[in-house]
Design a protein around this ligand. Structure first.
Ligand SMILES: [Zn+2]
Length: 293
């Protein structure tokens, strides 16, 4: 295979005369090329390129520029500013088709030609689902990374999501998407000098009132909106949880444990790292956030 794109040229001696479709030009020095064949029979070449670009210094962590993100059952993503992003309809449609075709596959006799044919159909839909999900996640994360006023995002880590998941297919897909979402958002934040705070422990984010810190005894999934018995504020279930995630993320990065009420912190801190465990140095005095029971 020979790939020519301006100055970049790749020669793979074992794959002569195969045309390739390039999605973007290579900037930098090509180090390795990995060729993979998908179960549906398509070939993909991933090209590792070394460039000399250095990630920008992460922005200061400032509560007024922090956004909490949560995943919901009906929406894919909910933020602490009240925005909700639904799963795309196309993805839902291909998931239903996948379930139908998978059931057909389970009925085919082992070793039969029809089973092999059905297996190929299933793997093609699998690939479509994966492509649509990847496309969707790139759109969502690009929109977040481009948000001018948000320089810090707080999320729950994947293993916490794993703790609360059930065995339903929809939920499993949601979990898989959340993992990919976190990986993608993580590097886009690094490229754009933004911070990604991960909450590394379980917090009852849906049960706490974000206005006053009151903790509800129970919060059944059917409850979409609730009135706090303590401060009487009316909370949207998902937005309230996203706000708690934002505040827990901020509290963790400022060196406090527990859940904070969304009291403004008057002094920003600088993030030393955007990966797990935020290192920071503090500038000036800092008002202690209120710790809720
Ligand atoms: Zn309250």
């Amino acid at each position: 295979m020979t790939v020519d794109f301006q100055q970049s040229q790749i020669n793979l001696p074992k794959l002569k005369g195969i045309k390739a479709k390039l999605h973007r030009p290579f900037v930098g020095k090509v180090k390795t090329v990995t060729v993979k064949r998908s179960p549906s029979g398509k070939y993909f070449a991933s090209v590792l390129v070394e460039d000399s670009a250095i990630d920008p210094v992460p922005a200061l962590i400032e509560p007024e520029h922090a956004v909490g993100l949560d995943v919901g059952l009906t929406s894919f993503l909910i933020d602490s500013e009240g925005n909700k992003t639904d799963n795309p309809k196309l993805l839902k449609a291909s998931l239903i088709r996948l379930a139908v075709e998978q059931k057909k596959l389970s009925r085919r006799k082992k070793g039969s030609g029809n089973r092999a044919k059905q297996k190929r159909i299933v793997s093609i839909i699998h690939e479509k689902v994966a492509n649509r999900r990847r496309d969707f996640i790139h759109q969502v994360t690009a929109r977040l990374a481009d948000k001018n006023h948000a320089t810090t995002f707080a999320v729950e880590d994947l293993n916490i999501k794993g703790m609360i998941r059930n065995r339903k297919l929809a939920r499993a897909i949601q979990d898989a998407s959340w993992g990919m979402f976190l990986t993608t958002l993580d590097y886009k934040c690094r490229w754009n000098g933004k911070n990604l705070l991960r909450i590394g422990r379980f917090q009852p984010s849906s049960k706490l009132c974000n206005c006053c810190g009151y903790k509800m005894e129970s919060m059944p999934l059917s409850v979409r909106e609730w009135k706090c018995p303590s401060c009487h504020s009316v909370n949207d279930r998902d937005t309230n949880a996203a706000r708690n995630i934002r505040d827990i993320g901020l509290a963790d990065s400022l060196g406090h444990s527990g859940c904070i009420k969304s009291s403004p912190v008057d002094c920003p801190v600088r993030a030393g790292s955007t990966a797990k465990g935020v290192e920071y140095s503090q500038h000036g005095s800092q008002e202690a956030p209120t710790i809720a029971a």
